[in-house]
Design a binder for this molecule. Sequence first.
Ligand code: ACM
Length: 392
Amino acid sequence: MQRGSEAGSPWRVGVLFSQTGVTAIIERSQLHGALLAIDEVNEAGGVHGREIQPVIYDPGSVVARYGELAEHLLSEDGVNVIFGCYMSSTRKEVLPVIERRNALFFYPTLYEGFEYSANVIYGGAAPNQNSVPLASYVMENYGNRFYFVGSDYIYPRESNRVMRNIVRQGGGEVVGERYVSLEAGPDDFDDILREIDRLRPDVIFSTVVGTGTINLYRAYRRAACRDLGVPIASLTTNEAEVAAMGAEAAAGHITAAPYFRNIQTAANRRFLERYQRRFGTVSDVTSCCEAAYFQVHLFANALRSTNTTDTDRLREALRGADFDAPQGRVKIDADNNHTYLQSRIGRVDEHGEYIVEMEVTRPIKPDPYLVVPALNDWSLRLMPPREGLINS
Ligand code: ACM
């Protein structure tokens, strides 16, 4: 296993994002974020004169493949550090492989919380960083009758359990809850949309992921219940999926995330310029792409201090490590391996761009077990965005 002894040879890292299958749109954006950061590190001379070399596999959005490929990376390719995964079901496949070999896994995706592994660095939002702000924003602006629709796997079901508790805590109710298959097609939402028409919720909370997202938003645009004028609020719908579904289907809907492509920070402007140069477009830049990007930089900075990919040494170097990310300053919480993140509410405009309507004024400490349930936590108060406040 590579630990960093051979001078001049590259630092090999595993990169495990699907480029095909139902979650390819979002995972390709994560792959691009990771590759851009690797390029930046290498163009600046690498780490101790050695380049970072990605060993890339495409699991094809097939859940079991993530575990198999993680095993292959660790046992055959000799890597000790892996960046990867979008769906929580795929992270759960990788987790035992990583733990068994005491390797290090960077997970740049929002998720349902209630997990800790000493072998994982969690770079996406936990529920206290996105579900709580989204629920409080919706209840203040639309009402407290929620309808849940999600893809049928662990993240939507568990994240809805958390959201239901938050909604109840705020005096609201969940009037309906339905799940569709990961492969949900254009007609698979018809019954659900008829039920929404009948139940007349104040908001549709979507945890649908991947291509199903595109089909849901397009079906909603065609459905009778569209006249209710209620928004779809989500934690997963993102710029790349909006580009795929078209601005007409996405306009007016809401997402809560630490990062939106449109935010006005100096670090984000630099990031977008480099991304455009590298990939010829910024249409697929998302919060999960940005998380993959800053996690590679956090890793490279830690590697500079350890000069080895030994997990125990890297973990120690990553405790409390921070970075000026495009979203603002992020920091790994030494208590739980999750990340202090910004929190923002964005609404899609008529051109398909997320416009930030509210944001917190400082990064939120991750609380993956919701030890401090906090609908009324003042640290989460959302404010209208103040241009140039962060990082500029
Ligand atoms: C997810 O499955 N964590 C989006």
